[in-house]
Design a protein around this ligand. Structure first.
Ligand SMILES: [Zn+2]
Length: 534
């Protein structure tokens, strides 16, 4: 009797354990052999919407009747997906999209060490030179071109980093917007602009967009957000209508017309380069920047971001309609994601929730420690604080007979005491954390390459931001609202429907490689999203 009872208890316990682990590990689908290469798609279109939060799809769901709605409803939509790294900025976010690897391995950790390259000046435009020389390793473009050298890639964006980093180091067709209102490239990619880009630039489309009035797409009653919030746009241009020419600080990029321009040049390039005409798989990467500028200027709670998303939805719908006239939709697969999310203005967040959120100002703490360093005869710039990371020139400290470790311990205590700081860690300590439950530790570890000498990492409390002048709505922290992004896969191989299990942006590249019957050239951080498949 006792024995039977213990067997029953044991069986029940095993069942309980099995059901718990089933809850913890939701179905991720079954691995499959590579599909028939002869039936591979002839075109991969990869959209990165700069600063797109996934909650926008729910907030305005019934109003998304264009391309965003079409992809969200007709694609495999991962609603719980993340750019799973700290430093949720544009450059690292774009470098993960088609590489399948975290910034730790792409080497693109932050915007300030992204694509800037004075050795590679722009062609036919003003602005800083740019190239992917800091980018490490390979991307989907390299894998496709290794399989079939006829594969061509075109990447376009409102930003240099948005165009360059998804492609990696390959000198493909890579173009971005620059002053005085033209699409350009750098000498890394060629000596001249191709004729089709020159013709597009000669149409001078930005001229009329600069003076076009941005009014609401739908009647006032369709917008729940107030339009009279002076926290937006530094209390200046915060009411509709908006005209780019009237605000030289932000200009055209902070209007929906900027995305129309980028989609226009993408379509022109598709035609000119005959992308997707087959039989090889070509690649079209489009990074749409207006959501980021509108989001920074007006914030994620604004009437402006609502209208921007509706207008992006319509522009994307028109683009997809044109694409499917030019190319057989059964031979096209589409991915859509974002490089990062964004936080509300701390003031707006505090009013809405009653919770405190801070503009965290590290400057007094950093300058106090720098003064101490200087009084001991060392160069005070030996200490650097950037985007939550602390760097210290340890050799300069040794020469000045300063103990680096005690200096850093004291600095960590002072930083941790600042209002709005959640924690201060040494990167070496983070690897001892349980990274399945400690998302902040995991995201910092995913962010920092082993050869980047970061001494401390500082994480802000949710909805606090680093202090900047002037103030914008910001992103860049490892908190969920900055890391949470949509991941959508659309096209014949993918089964429509929402997936709520966790996924990562790094999973997109291996999934697209599988769908194009292509083998990655290196080990990846991402895994194939088997449950996206039909
Ligand atoms: Zn961005």
């Amino acid at each position: 009797m006792t024995r039977i009872r213990s067997v029953l208890i044991l069986a029940f316990a095993l069942l309980a354990v099995a059901s718990v682990s089933a809850q913890r590990r939701p179905a991720q689908g079954t691995p499959r052999p590579l599909p028939d290469p002869a039936r591979a798609p002839t075109l991969v279109v990869f959209f990165t919407v700069d600063q797109l939060r996934p909650d926008y799809f729910d907030r305005w769901r019934t109003q998304l009747t264009g391309g965003l709605g079409r992809l969200a409803r007709g694609g495999a939509f991962y609603t719980n997906a993340f750019q799973d790294h700290a430093l949720t900025e544009t450059a690292p976010g774009h470098a993960t999209t088609m590489s399948g690897r975290f910034p730790r391995r792409t080497g693109i950790v932050r915007n300030s060490a992204g694509v800037q390259d004075p050795q590679q000046p722009l062609i036919g435009a003003r602005g800083a030179g740019a190239s992917p020389f800091r980018f490490r390793g390979t991307t989907l473009t390299d894998w496709l071109r290794t399989k079939n050298p006829r594969t061509r890639a075109l990447s376009v964006s409102g930003k240099d980093r948005g165009a360059i980093l998804p492609i990696g180091r390959d000198a493909q067709n890579v173009f971005w917007y620059a002053a005085p209102g033209v699409f350009t490239t750098s000498t890394y990619y060629g000596d001249t602009l191709p004729d089709w880009i020159r013709r597009f630039n000669e149409r001078r489309l930005p001229d009329s967009m600069m003076t076009r009035s941005w009014t609401l797409l739908m009647p006032d009653s369709a917008y729940a957000e107030p339009d009279s919030v002076p926290d937006e746009a530094n209390a200046r241009d915060f009411r509709f209508p908006h005209v780019a020419a009237n605000d030289p600080d932000w200009g055209l990029p902070a209007t929906p017309f900027y995305d129309e321009l980028t989609l226009g040049v993408a379509l022109e390039g598709l035609r000119a380069l005959e992308l997707g005409a087959g039989p090889q798989t070509d690649l079209l990467a489009i990074s749409l920047s207006a959501t980021d500028y509108v989001g920074h200027k007006y914030g994620p709670d604004s009437r402006e971001i609502h209208d921007q998303i509706l207008r992006l939805d319509r522009a994307l719908g028109a683009f997809l309609d044109s694409l499917f006239v030019l190319r057989d939709s059964t031979k096209v697969i589409i991915a859509l994601t974002a490089d990062h999310g964004v936080a509300s203005f701390p003031e707006v967040y505090a009013r809405r929730t009653g919770e405190q959120a801070f503009h965290v100002d590290v400057a007094p703490v950093v300058s106090r420690v720098r003064t101490q360093i200087a009084t001991r005869g060392a160069d005070s710039t030996a200490l650097q604080f950037e985007s939550g990371m602390v760097f210290l020139d340890r050799r300069a400290m040794t020469r000045a007979r300063i103990n680096s470790d005690s200096l850093l311990r004291a600095l960590a205590r002072s930083l941790a005491a600042l209002p709005g700081v959640a924690r201060v860690n040494r990167p070496s300590d983070l690897s001892m954390r349980d990274t399945t439950t400690d998302a902040m530790a995991r995201r910092w570890l995913h962010a920092i390459p082993p050869d980047l000498p970061v001494e401390l990492v500082v994480t802000v409390q949710p909805f606090s931001v680093w202090n900047t002048t002037p103030r914008y709505a910001e992103h860049g922290t490892p908190n969920d609202y900055d890391a949470h992004v949509p991941v959508i896969l659309y096209g014949p191989p993918f089964a429509p429907g929402r997936r709520t299990r966790p996924a990562r942006v790094v999973d997109l590249a291996p999934t697209l490689a599988w769908a194009t019957s292509t083998v990655p050239l290196e080990t990846l951080d991402g895994r194939v999203l088997w449950d996206a498949l039909r």
